[in-house]
Design a protein. Structure first.
Length: 181
């Protein structure tokens, strides 16, 4: 087998050129890696981290926040305007209906009285007949209850025993005023 001998004079240029090649390869590799890192992803903007770029970005974010606040406020004002318009229309319609109802009952009067309400089948007071009775007693044909009074009626022995209620106490409801026609 043959061996290759290099003389000491020839070794220095060969080592030097090998080092240059390795250095050039490393430099090429690093530049390719750096370029790959700096290549922006699709849909993103490259970022310049200088002071002016950061200040511009911050101002842009503040403007977006303020614009969003103005849009929300505008939407709320528009919604309030719509709601106010509906409320005004509803109120006007209600006032018209009330005026029509008053015009239809020119002989209506509120009268006072004291008529006991009968109990309905479910145990609740039914004061329609009692209101009609109060109005008929004053010469009107019919009525609707306007005010009612509720009282607890107990036998005297319950009160004599210093009790405010008992098993024999009952709650009664009375029509105390009615709108009569």
């Amino acid at each position: 087998m043959g061996t290759i001998r290099l003389s000491t004079g020839d070794a220095k240029p060969a080592v030097h050129s090998a080092r240059v090649c390795v250095l050039a390869g490393a430099l090429t590799l690093f530049s390719v890696l750096a370029a790959a890192q700096e290549t922006p992803q699709p849909g993103t903007k490259p970022r310049d981290d200088g002071f002016l770029a950061a200040a511009t970005r911050w101002l842009g974010e503040q403007v977006e926040t303020i614009n969003s606040g103005f849009k929300d406020a505008r939407n709320k004002v528009e919604n309030f305007g719509r709601e106010a318009g509906l409320a005004a229309k509803t109120t006007a319609d209600g006032a018209k209906d009330a005026a029509d109802a008053v015009a239809r009952i020119p002989n209506a009067r509120v009268v006072t009285g004291h008529e006991k309400c009968r109990l309905a089948s479910n145990g609740a007071p039914d004061c329609v007949a009692a209101a009609n009775d109060v109005c008929k007693a004053r010469g009107f044909s019919q009525g609707k209850s306007v005010d009612m009074t509720t009282a607890e009626i107990c036998p005297p022995k319950v009160y004599m025993q210093d009790r405010s209620n008992g098993e024999s106490c009952v709650t009664e409801t009375f029509v105390s005023s009615a709108l009569c026609q």
